[in-house]
Design a protein around this ligand. Sequence first.
Ligand code: SF4
Length: 346
Amino acid sequence: MSNKLEWSFSALSTLRKCNRMYYFQYLAPSHHFTNSLRRRAHELKKSKSLLMWRGSVIDKIMELEIMPRIKDKLPIDYNEMANRAIELAKRQFKFSEDRLYKVKENSESKVGADYCILDVHDTNVPYKEEDLSKVYSSIKEIIQNIPLIKMPNGSLLVDFLAKATFLIPNLRAWGFEFENVKISPQLDLFMFVDNKAVVLDWKVSESDVSDYSRQLVIGGITVLDTYRRKANEGKGKRLGYDDIRLIEVNLLKQNAKEHPFNKQVVDECVDYIYLNSDDVEMLTDGKPFDQLNIEDFPITDKEGTCMFCKFRSLCTKILLNNNQYHEETYDNIVSAKQPAQLEISF
Ligand code: SF4
């Protein structure tokens, strides 16, 4: 780990829920097969519930099929896109069902979009065939309905996207730093429309109350800083707050909303990061993983948090073994019991 502090809202929110969950989610995971605990944490981190999987399949189709067509100004048949999404989902399901992610040669970078780990296979979370059918039909419906989605001003999303230039889906290469904090957000979509830079976030969420504004403001700050640096190098024009728009599109709810981007929201966001950075830094003190002690990351006393924790099976096993991990016993426990039966004793 570098001395720079990697900071994100999701890391902070995990830390607030449970220090041990933060350890499993952000410190332990490694895709290498050399350390079985770290590999197991990696697989659990990657694993998705059926509902999370629905959103990730749609994200992939937006990134790999729909956005490239919009970029190339090609006509789009959304029924065809929906069918492609279902084909992708079925290939992913099979990959997960066959547990091909356990094969060393099948790295995510090598397998590409078909790589998938589902909790129904990985930790035997129970499900019914009708749950699976519902996911497929929901994916299909969401994609078929994209042409109906309206922007906040009443125009159609597809018409807005058709005007885009310099369109980059799933942008991960940009980030910014201040003091010892490094922030590298993932932007679902970056583009210019009507001479404004647009940071657009796709959501597939049932919730009407979730607030994604800070996440989008981070995206806006990233764009602001990237163009400031470009301008300093003589490679482009500097952007101001008014040149950047932040838009959230809920593909499930078929609505879009715009979040404000100005000096006040940027100052508030930066203050929030400063105020909370120490919490993340204090836990690790910049140490590499092999110098961390799992006992320094206490478990939560809130049972409700454990109920929805994807690391529950691993956490239980380690607790039962005096904070040690033995892969064989772990596998026996997971295959012998359904996760709902795995209980943590505090
Ligand atoms: S199972 Fe509970 S204690 Fe363990 S990591 Fe998850 S939330 Fe924390």
